[in-house]
Design a protein around this ligand. Structure first.
Ligand SMILES: *[C@@H]1O[C@H](CO)[C@@H](O)[C@H](O)[C@H]1NC(C)=O
Length: 207
């Protein structure tokens, strides 16, 4: 009954009234109510972090976990705070930055100047142009990637002519691709997905 009266008094704009927190009275001038818990008073910049009140100039809240605020550029890595200028968050793990050109590979941090991350595997770069091909790396100047398989461009074949035919590669100046099968374009043709010797009329036979 008393509580109902108090509440009614509060609703009717009584500034001296306490507020309720988790069913208990508290004075909002002194403490905060965080997750229905009355907090210990924090003098400056208080914010709720889970059930605690913290001074956000010294603390950082990451998913309701209180962390000491890092210097630099603070950020959260799941529950933990870190400085983005020196560290990075790789799939939930805090890692130190190996270089100014760093990236994550699964939970590792790699120097992207010297390493590649191919399907989550760390590979050493041979050249700065290396690219991933499935779980391996290749240099696009000397090879091509066909559905995750690397093929080295043979001597005498121009890079522009070397093409993929599903997982295999072929010299398109001589061959064509017919549903994963390569054939000599001068003598054969692809009819309904089947390679045949080119008929005298140069047309696919009627079925
Ligand atoms: C809020 O309080 C409840 C009960 O004490 C607790 O189980 C829960 O973890 C708290 N939530 C946060 C975000 O701190």
């Amino acid at each position: 009954m008393e509580r109902i009266l108090m509440t009614l008094l509060c609703i009717s704009a009584c500034v001296w009234c306490d507020e309720f927190c988790g069913g208990a009275d508290y004075d909002p001038a002194v403490a905060m109510c965080c997750n229905e818990t009355i907090t210990t008073p924090v003098p400056n910049n208080p914010r709720c972090c889970g059930s605690e009140a913290v001074d956000v100039s010294f603390y950082m809240c990451c998913l309701d976990h209180v962390n000491i605020r890092p210097c630099g550029e603070p950020d959260c890595c799941i529950n933990n705070a870190f400085d983005k200028t020196t560290h990075m968050c790789c799939n939930g793990k805090i890692r130190s930055r190996p270089s100014t050109n760093s990236r994550c590979c699964q939970t590792s941090a790699i120097n992207a100047d010297h390493f590649l991350c191919c399907d989550g595997i760390v590979l050493t770069r041979i050249t700065e142009f290396d690219r991933c091909c499935g779980e391996s790396a290749f240099d696009p100047d000397t090879g091509i990637c066909c559905f995750g398989t690397v093929h080295f461009i043979p001597d005498g074949v121009s890079k522009d002519n070397y093409k993929c035919c599903q997982q295999t590669a072929f010299d398109s100046s001589v061959h064509k691709c017919c549903h994963g099968e390569t054939y000599v374009k001068a003598s054969h043709m692809c009819c309904d997905g089947v390679v045949i010797a080119t008929p005298p009329d140069n047309k696919c036979p009627e079925i």
